[in-house]
Design a protein around this ligand. Structure first.
Ligand SMILES: *Cc1c(COP(=O)(O)O)cnc(C)c1O
Length: 413
């Protein structure tokens, strides 16, 4: 993929020396998020060449976000991680600029954030760090397989600034306090509820169910550039926004990110969700058809685990029959040209998932051809037994990261 389809200019990734990637993780931030919508790209490009008053642009963003979400107000942040940090900081300081400038010194401020243990996720870094860098303390309650409203009540005290609730397939699946109970207990104690909905399509539902602030990534389902959307009750939104003049200065969003987020949000709201889902399902069915004849390979439609309106294809590989394991298949997809990246969280169980939301033109077939070529080779016995250990593969990735910027494996020690 050295040349772009339109007239032979070299692909921007290749021009800078990076490999072209087909992103089948869907929206993973580490792969640059979702491929942005043309409307978002155009808005960002136009805005980049113009001067604009950011405070005014963000006030306009507030109205557009309010219209799209039903919130009282909103703003665009650098990303969801920044949004969580700013929301927590705002819950501590309110709109007092002196307190905002003093963070992360929290003296005389309420400075505790309650969260259930099963929600202490890692999305590239631990969520606790978004809280702690404001100067707040994380007060966790419950266990990974069991948490209850009385434990939440016990965790709340005079220093509690906010409750943080995470909706994600990364959260502990069982035994956690549900959203309605979380809101009820927090509100009984006048504690505002901040909800991390970074990858969730539900722009209205949690606000309607009592959330005080919700946070969404613009570069995930919305199709914007890298950014976050923070929205909810106006005083809390304002307090979070004002952190731009405090600890959020190093996490600022640019005018181009704001423009892309707003353009993407408008497109997202206007879109027919059922039609989008049906079109993506056709792509998954195409892949499923191409994989149908291979012994030891099972491909199934996998609806999103947190009920977002889209599906993925789950591919499960029986190594004994297919001639290669799931981890080996994933590595071959990754090391080929272009590099094809799938969601590999569950490789231990012999399966991975393919998400079509970031597919570019022509990539559907490239992916199918590559899968078939790898499986054909495996059927002929061309495999690499050294590539079968999931933990060794993850360790190699961790080791490579620690050699950055020297990413190529060095000579054996
Ligand atoms: C992706 C993600 C984040 C971080 O989002 P960014 O916008 O990339 O900072 C936070 N929480 C959850 C649950 C996520 O999935």
């Amino acid at each position: 993929m050295n040349a772009a389809a339109d007239g032979g200019t070299v692909d921007v990734r290749v021009r800078f020396g990076a490999r072209a990637v087909i992103n089948l993780t869907g929206t993973l931030t580490a792969l640059g998020g979702i491929s942005a919508r043309p409307e978002a790209i155009a808005a960002a490009a136009e805005m980049l060449a113009r001067g604009v008053d950011i405070v005014e642009l963000q006030a306009c963003a507030s109205r557009i976000i309010a219209e799209a979400t039903g919130a009282e107000a909103g703003f665009v942040a650098a990303c969801s991680s920044a949004g969580i940090c700013m929301a927590v900081a705002g819950a501590m300081t309110g709109d007092r600029l002196a307190a905002i400038e003093r963070l992360p010194d929290t003296e005389s401020l309420p400075d505790e954030v309650v969260i259930q243990t099963g929600h202490l996720v890692n999305y590239g870094h631990p969520i606790e760090q978004d809280v702690r860098q404001t100067g707040a303390r994380v007060v966790a309650f419950g266990a990974v397989n069991s948490a209850s409203p009385h434990q939440l009540e016990g965790a709340i005290g005079p220093r509690t600034a906010a409750g943080l609730y995470v909706v994600s397939h990364h959260c502990a699946p069982d035994g956690q306090v549900g959203f309605a109970d979380f809101v009820r207990v927090c509100h009984e104690h006048a504690v505002p509820v901040i909800v991390d909905l970074a990858a969730e399509y539900a722009l209205h539902a949690y606000l309607e169910a009592g959330a005080d602030l919700t946070i969404h990534s613009a570069h995930k389902f919305l199709g914007g550039a890298t950014a976050g959307i923070v929205c909810g009750r106006k005083p809390l939104v304002r307090a979070a926004y004002l952190q731009n003049f405090g600890i959020a200065r190093p996490m600022k969003v640019g005018k181009e990110g704001i423009a892309a987020a707003l353009a993407a949000l408008r497109c997202f709201v206007a879109e027919d969700r059922d039609a989008v889902r049906a079109a993506a399902l056709e792509q998954l069915e195409y892949w499923r058809g191409r994989l149908a004849g291979y012994a030891g390979v099972r491909a199934e439609i996998d609806p999103d685990p947190t009920d977002n309106p889209f599906d993925r294809l789950r591919v499960t590989v029986d190594a004994a029959r297919a001639g290669l394991s799931a981890v080996e298949l994933v590595q071959r997809l990754e090391t080929g040209e272009p590099s094809i990246r799938v969601r590999a969280h569950q490789l231990e169980h012999g399966s991975f998932v393919m998400d079509p939301r970031s597919l570019g033109a022509g990539e559907l077939e490239i992916v199918a051809d590559r899968l078939c070529a790898i499986l054909d080779a495996a059927a002929r016995g061309e495999t690499d037994p050294g590539a079968r250990d999931v933990h060794a593969w993850r360790q190699r990735k961790a080791d490579a990261l620690r050699r950055w910027p020297d990413l190529d494996p060095g000579p054996p020690a």
